[in-house]
Design a protein around this ligand. Structure first.
Ligand SMILES: [Zn+2]
Length: 61
């Protein structure tokens, strides 16, 4: 799963749709997940943890 940083927002590389954040909860607290639902997208409903994205971006800097 790849994604793109476009004009200050994060978009999915698979179809270019802007990511939307959803708040999820577990026993450790709440945290945002980025997800999308694009009809016909090969990735289907993808979920990416914000921490995963931030880790990737740090690696790119
Ligand atoms: Zn997609």
């Amino acid at each position: 799963m790849r994604w793109l940083l476009l004009c200050g927002v994060v978009a999915f590389a698979c179809c270019g749709q802007i990511m939307t954040a959803e708040w999820s909860k577990d026993r450790n607290g709440s945290y945002p997940d980025y997800s999308h639902q694009t009809k016909g997208c090969e990735q289907g409903r993808a979920l990416i943890r914000k921490t995963v994205i931030e880790g990737e971006f740090e690696a790119l800097l």
